[in-house]
Design a protein around this ligand. Sequence first.
Ligand code: ZN
Length: 95
Amino acid sequence: MPVKIDTADGFLTPLIVCDECGEPIRDARDGNYHWQADGDGPGPGRRFAFFTHKACCDAFERGRGGAAAWYAMELSDLLPRLAASLRLGLAAMSE
Ligand SMILES: [Zn+2]
């Protein structure tokens, strides 16, 4: 999973790294997450997630079976879903 910890500035900063170009995605609005379609829809299966900059999305899919082989959503949509699956109450954190 392309999540790395950057310590260059003396702090522990988690970064999501683009699976196409290898550079960090610095703005959630500039990123997508992808998972393999397998031709049967999202279904109950568990699939690994991959990340790209929006500018790298087409190249990522083209190099891995084409757009029909992948589902993709905006990275900004993943973070609330991930927080919910981890039972991380974001509303409680902002209080
Ligand atoms: Zn990229």
